[in-house]
Design a protein around this ligand. Structure first.
Ligand code: LMR
Length: 394
């Protein structure tokens, strides 16, 4: 039977992680996978998470099952974190999922059940795994223009022209903040125009928000998601706790189905529960429990918010230092976009050949589409990267 299996395309980001591991050079620099690293190159456990973990170890009495949707307290805390008071809590159905990827997968499954003919509109480019999952699920998708390679900003006119083609019941996949892989984002005026278009076409937004707190701040990064959720009849939201709580391997995420018609909540919630049961039964609890403890304890929450803010500001400093160093070396402002982008990533907008040259010549690893993980840099590596970028003719 297994002879019938065909080799599957490798995930570009994970393949790069492996290549990096195998590189013997001790001067190598990893700017590939989206993991935050501090100035010492470590991915620390956040203080509040560590404290919650200690309390949990001391106080937890059982590892028995919780509930198909996960702990309701986790859903409440996350709905509040992502949506604030934008919508009535009774409008939101939610399930805990294994990471943000689990939420995305469950969200697509939900779409497939509700409207098997839905076409999914996906930004060009997007996180490669969005496309990979859609292909695996055999769901129809189409790309909408997003990144303008000349300005390294958003091709907003192209995006709007492409999204105008969507039909009622189609899905528009949006990045709530900190677009991955480009770092280029819409402003609030543009979000308003996207909402008006969604209202006109009847397409349903599905928002992937994996970096809340990494861009302009916890509240600001959720602003577009909140505005969308309160402005259209239905919204699907896949949120991740991997990055903003630094609990990558705990696999903690949540899928929300927002429906202004609160009478649909029973059906929506039971459908989400059903999806969890079919795909993996009960969702993982440990990370979700830590997140709930941090969000619901005022002292832990204040400490978490402070540490997250420090992480965010450090990434902004890294962006500015890299843009300044490139300006110094190139004598031009053409890399100024790096300071304008937000989140963990920036897309340089150069060719795969140059990305490979930078890797071979300088041992600096970034994804082939020229996405670099800003959070993988530090004061020592910024001059090395800037030199490599100029040396390789970017
Ligand atoms: C990334 O884009 O690097 C992260 O979201 C990690 C992943 O799973 O790809």
């Amino acid at each position: 039977m297994f002879q019938a299996l065909k080799p599957q395309p490798e995930d570009k980001i994970l393949a790069l992680m492996q290549k990096y591991k195998e590189d013997p050079r001790d001067t190598k620099i990893d700017l590939g996978v989206g993991v935050y690293k501090d100035a010492n190159g470590q991915t620390p456990i956040m203080r509040a998470v560590k404290a919650a973990e200690k309390t949990l170890w001391e106080q937890e009495q059982t590892k028995s099952y919780v509930a198909l949707a996960g702990d309701p307290a986790f859903s409440d805390a996350m709905v509040q974190l992502v949506l604030g008071d934008a919508v009535d809590r009774a409008a939101v159905s939610a399930i805990a999922t294994p990471g943000g990827t689990g939420a995305v997968r469950q969200g697509f499954d939900l779409v497939k059940m509700a409207n098997p003919n839905a076409k999914i509109y996906v930004s060009d480019p997007t996180w490669p795994n969005h496309l990979s999952i859609l292909k695996h699920m055999d769901m129809p998708f189409t790309l909408y223009r997003y990144f303008d390679n000349d300005t390294r900003g958003v091709d907003f006119d192209g995006m709007m022209a492409d999204l105008a083609q969507a039909q009622a019941g189609d899905i528009v996949l949006l990045h709530g903040c900190c677009h991955n892989p480009t770092g280029a984002n819409l402003n609030m005026v543009q979000w308003g125009e996207v909402i008006a278009l969604l209202q006109k076409t009847g397409a349903v937004p599905m928002i992937d928000i994996a970096y809340q707190g990494f861009g302009d701040g916890l509240e600001q990064d959720a602003a577009a998601t909140r505005l969308i959720a309160k402005s259209v009849p239905e919204t699907i939201i896949a949120a991740s706790c991997s990055k903003n709580f630094g609990i990558y391997r705990e696999r903690t995420g949540i899928l929300m189905a927002v429906c202004q018609d609160t009478s649909a909540k029973g059906l929506n919630q039971s459908t989400l529960n059903y999806l969890n049961r079919q795909n993996y039964s009960f969702p993982p609890d440990h990370g979700a429990r830590l997140v709930t403890m941090v969000l619901n304890d005022p002292a832990l929450r204040a400490d978490w918010e402070q540490e997250l803010e420090d992480v965010r500001l450090s990434m902004l400093t890294l962006r500015k230092s890299l843009a300044d160093e490139l300006q110094r070396l190139s004598g031009s402002d053409r890399f100024g976009f790096i300071a304008q982008h937000r989140g963990m990533f920036s897309r340089l907008g150069t060719s795969a050949d140059k990305v490979e040259l930078i890797r071979e010549r300088h041992g600096i690893y970034m994804v082939g589409d020229s996405r670099l993980n800003i959070a993988g840099l530090n004061a020592k590596t910024i001059p090395l990267l800037a030199h490599a970028i100029i040396d390789c003719g970017v």
